[in-house]
Design a protein around this ligand. Structure first.
Ligand code: HAM
Length: 427
């Protein structure tokens, strides 16, 4: 016999036991989005490969090693989106949002992203991101709003012990000078760094600061800080971000090593970290990307945003014992003891559903006893027993599992009796 097909490595099935927790997280995020004036968009899952290679940068790990790229039947190179920012900017430009008086466009989306990474706890090849972007304003207070927004989601979800790390990565004005200063520091020590860092020396030396290996971290401890090399504009921008965060009471640490793995960042870069996640400890990351629009062929348009991994949020919440709302259950089960009355039971079920009473029935021919047992196991609040005897008398036996009370109710009054019993009010 052929082997049963399994899912690819690094992808997860989000089953009913978990999906209601996701719904809770997404509902809170959606509410926070509304409260901050962000509008939801749905963007495609695949784009032209060039959008990411030019937008995210050719020398990043994401573009070099992690993209799911294929040639489609029209001979075009297509990539499953590894992140949402480049797509959001593409859409902003393509749909002419830059011409609208409503700036910045405050947009958000949620959905799966794809990266061919080594799977481990909190790191998957298909994962979901909540992605928020404010496109079209330079104001450092928009950076503050974005950082605040991410933290407000976590606050409402009840997450604790989060650390906010903030840095500035400068701009094309000041970064080349800093890069040279950094290279001069690294060069005499380079042979002691890991091969990955050595490979980054020429192409992207800032990323060496981001290496997680202990030896490399120690070696770059004394490296010059980008914050000391910012140009006047970047310095003023960063100072204002810090002041804004302080004014609204956001505690943060300055992390001169925080450079982020995507090349489009300019000025502000930040991450929110959770001590409860292990190695993959970032619950979100983001920053400003004032040159992204130009790198994908558009006019100069500033932007700032963040993305948060939904799996990591749920993992952290479980770890911290946060409330994740309540698992949805049907209100009542319709119990039909005799198979010959199943059609009448179906008709009764339909009448309950029409009136907004969550209900279900057995389709597997279980005995009345085990139908009642499953109703209890599935967390229903009650059961409606509809046998031949009840049907002849045009009644239904209603059992309230909470009070253990059982009553016969005329079929015509069942809906209002149940709505009352379930506290649903009159329909
Ligand atoms: P990123 O840091 O690559 O940034 O990803 C953002 C978040 O997505 C991470 O902090 C993490 O929570 C989650 N994440 C990333 N990779 C994985 C993975 N393999 N498995 C599970 N979760 C993952 C971006 O994607 C930028 N687009 C963020 C941004 C928006 N910057 C400006 N605007």
């Amino acid at each position: 016999m052929a082997e049963t097909i399994k899912g690819p490595r690094g992808v997860r099935d989000i089953l009913p036991e978990e999906s209601w927790k996701w719904r809770y997280v997404l509902e809170i995020a959606r509410k926070v989005a509304e409260d901050f004036g962000y509008q939801e968009v749905h963007l495609p899952i695949f784009e032209h490969t060039e959008l990411f290679s030019r937008g995210i940068g050719d020398t990043t790990d994401v573009v070099e090693k992690e993209m799911y790229t294929f040639i489609d039947k029209g001979n075009r190179s297509i990539t499953l989106r590894p992140e949402g920012t480049a797509s959001m900017m593409r859409s902003y430009l393509e749909q002419g949002m830059h011409k609208s008086p409503r700036q910045p466009a405050k947009l958000w989306c949620v959905g799966p992203m794809f990266r061919y990474e080594r799977p481990q706890k909190g790191r998957y090849r298909q994962f979901w991101q909540l992605d928020f972007e404010a496109i079209g304003a330079k104001d450092p207070l928009v950076d503050v709003e974005i950082i605040h927004l991410s933290l407000e989601i976590y606050r409402r979800l009840g997450l604790r012990n989060l650390e906010v790390a903030v840095n500035s990565v400068g701009c094309p004005q000041c970064r080349p000078l800093y890069r040279e200063g950094l290279r001069s520091f690294l060069e005499p020590r380079l042979d002691k760094f890991c091969p990955t860092c050595q490979g980054r020396y020429d192409r992207n030396p800032l990323r060496i600061l981001d290496c997680k290996k202990e030896d490399c971290k120690n070696l770059s401890e004394e490296a010059p800080s980008v914050l000391e090399h910012l140009c006047k504009e970047c310095r003023e921008h960063f100072d204002m971000v810090c002041r804004g965060l302080e004014v609204i009471g956001i505690h943060y640490t300055l992390d001169k090593r925080l450079v982020r793995g995507l090349d489009y960042y300019t000025k502000t870069a930040y991450e929110v970290l959770s001590g409860d996640l292990g190695a993959q400890n970032a619950v979100c990351g983001g920053g400003r990307y004032d040159n992204l629009a130009e790198s994908i062929g558009g006019p100069a348009v500033p932007g700032v945003g963040f993305a948060a991994g939904v799996e990591r949020i749920v993992l952290t919440m479980e770890q911290q014992g946060c409330s994740l709302g309540e698992e949805p259950r049907v209100d009542v089960m319709v119990i039909c003891p005799e198979p010959e009355h199943r059609l009448q039971a179906m008709e009764f079920l339909a009448s309950l559903r029409k009136e907004g009473i969550g209900s279900s029935m057995d389709y597997t021919g279980k005995s009345m006893k085990s139908q009642l047992k499953s109703a209890l196991q599935e967390g229903a609040s009650g059961a409606c027993i509809l046998g031949g005897d009840e049907l002849t008398r045009q009644v239904v036996g209603i059992k309230n599992f909470r009070t253990q009370e059982q009553k016969e109710v005329p079929l015509a009054e069942a809906v209002s009796y149940l709505r009352n019993m379930l506290g649903l009010g009159n329909s």
